[in-house]
Design a protein around this ligand. Sequence first.
Ligand SMILES: Nc1nc2c(c(=O)[nH]1)N[C@H]1C(S)=C(S)[C@@H](COP(=O)(O)OP(=O)(O)OC[C@H]3O[C@@H](n4cnc5c(N)ncnc54)[C@H](O)[C@@H]3O)O[C@H]1N2
Ligand code: MOO
Length: 390
Amino acid sequence: MISVDEALSHLFALTSPLDAEDVPLIKAHGRVLAKDVHATRNQPPFTASAMDGYAVDATSIKTGQTYEVIGEAAAGHAWQGQVGPAQAVRIFTGAPLPEGTDHVIIQENVTRAGDTITLDDSANDTPFVRPAGTDFKAGDAIRAPRVLTPSDIALLASMNIATLSVTRRPSVAIIATGDELVQPGETPGPDQIIASNSYGLAALIRQLGADPRLLPIARDTRASLALAFDLAADADLIVTIGGASVGDHDLVGEVAADKGMDRAFYKVAMRPGKPLMAGRIGRTTMIGLPGNPVSAMVCGHVFLAPVIRKMLGLGAQPALRETHALAKPAPANGPREHYMRAHLGPEGVTIFDRQDSALLTVLAASNCLAVRPINDPARNTGDQIDIIRL
Ligand SMILES: Nc1nc2c(c(=O)[nH]1)N[C@H]1C(S)=C(S)[C@@H](COP(=O)(O)OP(=O)(O)OC[C@H]3O[C@@H](n4cnc5c(N)ncnc54)[C@H](O)[C@@H]3O)O[C@H]1N2
Ligand code: MOO
């Protein structure tokens, strides 16, 4: 058995970042920027008013000063001309400041009579202008790689970037295996259960920015599994679920070998997730996850997520860990790294008592995995412990 770190290194060696494709800005949210982007203009492109009021020359401002209002500037409608001493231009938020002005007096601070305004004593020193290029300047960069957020999309739009280069979404084929499985919504026989892992993993894969493809459930026969592998052949990543252990009906390893899998490893010193396997079939990486529902989901967070991030060009990093205090004592750990279902709250980390890898209710109640190193001794309330957020 190899360690979790060794398994991850093997998985990173099996995968490379995918190529890039161009997408319109409206489709770019959540995608990974593949090439640096440079602003094509300054923002604002001119010195702009930040308020509704009157544009004047700042040196003229004093209580009681009067100005003749000689024109109007609105957003999208600059006032052309030169503003002289004792003159002002009516101005609105977003309008370019006219020549000869560098200050906006907000309209609340003047008294207007016809075309004359008089400054109140409440006029202050704040210029209420946004100099050209205060937000960004032409040539300023947004660096790749980066998962594009809604804020990034707004900034890219402002930079006048209509199309951008993003990493292609990995296509991930999911093969659930087992005679006992039916799809959600079907009527199970008395000895059948519902395929849950495939749906949970598909959700995780989509959340990570990849495209999950659910294949029909493969039955516990070589022919059915072989057909599923053939259907998955054009995927970037094949994920099988179940059939990975040592039972007579655990055929995934054998059929993958028939399909030419170059196996990188089988079995990892972790709980849950021991019967994990991985390798390459042609150009496609294959990860065989254990069938127990919680095992499959934990392996999804610990292995699948870092692999997908690497394929997206986000680097080869294990799942992010944080350290928090235990809210409750934890028993000693054994010879496998243990990813314990737990809840992180204001009081700290509470590890659930029930850790059976078939309990999806416990997983759903968890918001993190508490990571216990091999042979970690018993821990007390207040001890620091590593967690991975779910
Ligand atoms: N003698 C041994 N038996 C087992 C060992 C072992 O080392 N020696 N390891 C155990 C561990 S740990 C795990 S994990 C399981 C994993 O076995 P498989 O990957 O072969 O999984 P299956 O036997 O196919 O299924 C296990 C369990 O999970 C259910 N299952 C499978 N697929 C799904 C799915 N898509 N959705 C929901 N549930 C699923 C399946 O019905 C079984 O109940 O092996 C132990 N045995
Ligand atoms: O390792 Mo199994 O994945 O413990 O349930």
